[in-house]
Write a protein that binds this ligand. Sequence first.
Ligand code: ADP
Length: 480
Amino acid sequence: MSPRLVPSIRFRLTAWYTGVLCLMLIIYATATFLTVRHEFLEQLDDDLYEDFETAEGRLVRTPQGDFAWAADRHHDPDNEEHRGTDVWAASGEQIYRSAASSVIPPPPLTAASTEPRYDSIVVNGERWRTLTRTATVGGVAVVMRVARSEDPLRTQLSEILTVLVVGLPVVAIFAGLGGYVLARRALSPIDHLASEARRITADRLHERLSVPNPRDEIGRLAAVINDTFARLEASFEQLRRFTADASHELRTPLAVIRGIGEVGLGETRSPGEYKEAIGSMLEEVDRLTTLVDTLLRLSHGDAGTVRFSREPVDLGQLARDVVSSLTILAEERNQRITFNDADRAIATVDRLVLREAITNLLDNAIKYSPAGSVIDILLRADGDRAILEVADRGPGIAAAHRHRIFDRFFRLDEARSRSDGGTGLGLAIAKWAVEVHGGQISVDGNPSGGSVFRITLPLTAQADDAKQHSHSTHASGGRS
Ligand code: ADP
């Protein structure tokens, strides 16, 4: 069905409601009619039985041996249009016949017994109900039949049926109209929400839908849409900040290159000076290249197009590798790195990607903590998680900045980070690298001053997990 032909929810609700109601009404009307009919027919049989008993009580035998009706002002079979009484002698001779029942053929007299026998007979299009039974009048056995026409009853039944059949569509029409009005009222807040939501465009993302009653269904829907708008706004804001920051980061080295070029061209310089200028330019180009490479990797990470080669990696070994490759930097600053792997920890990760995360943390610790300080690395297992901590004695990170420290281009000290060659992306890369492996990264204050960066990763179950791992402490750059 093309979208244009799909009926509205309002219409579908009304159609369903009316359809179900009609079905229920039909079932209800049919059941009612059948019950009433059954009751009427039972009542007819009860009436016949009473007729029989009355007739039996009134039929008497005269001293002459004839049969006669005892006087009864309440009952005169001959005057009844729709009921009659017939009496036969056992021999088959008819003793009495009422006017109304004269059209009804006699019953098989030989089959008559003391058990009442009910029959339905159609004569000239008229349906009769009869009760035939033997009776004893003045010591003589007779066969007596009482009859009642079913016509009055059928007329009543057909009137009831007419009311039901005519009433049903009328009820259905009113129910349908009521249902439509109800559905319209119930759905109009959704139309209202839709038109409000349409108003909120990319440049008006700070606006929100009105939530008249946050506890009802529409209120909850509006709240969910508002949450989505809030997340969208946050993403837009993040994207905007990122673009602005990235442009800013790219402009700085470009401006420097241009500056060096302009100064170099301003006057005639010696070959040594030109060489120096070109060297400075190349340094800036290197910085630009690193920045662009890192940005590209992050955007690949965002797009989910990075291919990982995951394998079980001994985190202790990996951290030790990182320590030994950065030892030279620590030695330059006369810092000491201690490494304590309390537990053996194996995680299924991409070795190079995780290595970069640990490298960035350790590189920052070396960069931002004072010369001659100690940097502690601790690896331990906690349940099914491995925890790797890098603790330094640097300036630390104020609690207010901790939630933003992993954002791209976020720096506490712009000038220092830049002069140290930082791009402001190291922690963002580390966060991405840890999170793609199902881990978390966080930062806390170090009780002995400085900060503690903590990586948590899911451990890989190993057959030889139980194997006790020896406590080892690795010291490097130890000129303290
Ligand atoms: P950068 O390239 O500037 O080091 P990072 O993303 O690695 O970028 O770090 C972001 C900012 O966080 C840094 O500029 C610095 O201000 C702060 N920072 C990171 N690590 C530490 C640390 N160990 N101690 C204090 N400040 C830190």
